[in-house]
Design a protein around this ligand. Structure first.
Ligand code: TMP
Length: 184
């Protein structure tokens, strides 16, 4: 699914790490150094946003939000703003601007794509990498592990929240997402 979505994004002008899918388990990707930021875009309140701000899940935002967290397991990936990332030299101001505009473009493309499949793209996490020549590309993965997907009619969760919240039906939800994306 991740490779497929990356190819859709490439066609829409978003540079990604994707080079070639060799088989079900192996993909050739560009060598990058990962920018140590988790970039989270949200269209609808859920998860840590709902918890942090004391609001219910399901509030549809007028505009998407963006936030960064510092990829650092020892510190539990703390939330940070762009100034903090620049101060810590995790990325330059220009790179942050580029990452922001790529992330919003990715949201526009994926939100419309999933809506056609009857799925609301609630929120998702992206990671970006830098190639040897300094180009910023979308890296890592996009999947039900890194996105919240809700059925557009019923709001049924079709993502890793089923596992995180011990709801059961994880495998069926992932199969349903694969079915919506690839058919049969
Ligand atoms: P959150 O509401 O827990 O902050 O998560 C926002 C989105 O980012 C959600 O779709 C899950 C995804 N995510 C990851 O893929 N990896 C992570 O480590 C975290 C914290 C969130």
């Amino acid at each position: 699914m991740s490779n497929f979505l990356m190819q859709i994004l490439e066609k829409e002008g978003v540079p990604t790490h994707f080079v070639e899918e060799l088989n079900d388990r192996e993909t050739v990707v560009k060598k990058v150094s990962i920018v140590p930021l988790e970039v989270i875009i949200r269209n609808i309140s859920a998860g840590s946003f709902a918890k942090r701000f004391g609001v219910e899940e399901g509030i549809v935002f007028d505009e998407p939000t963006i936030e960064f967290s510092y990829k650092n397991d020892d510190l539990h990936d703390p939330l940070m703003n762009a100034y903090h990332a620049i101060a810590l030299k995790l990325a330059t101001r220009e790179e942050i601007e580029q990452i922001k505009s790529m992330a919003f473009k990715i949201n526009d493309v994926l939100k419309a794509y999933f809506l056609k499949l009857g799925v609301k793209l609630v929120d998702f996490k992206l990671e970006f990498g830098k190639t040897a020549d300094g180009t910023i590309v979308l890296a890592d993965e996009i999947s039900p592990d890194t996105c919240r997907f809700w059925d557009a009619q019923t709001n049924e969760k079709l993502d890793k929240d089923r596992f995180r919240r011990d709801m059961g039906g994880v495998e069926d939800a992932y199969k349903e997402m694969m079915h919506r994306v690839f058919g049969d």
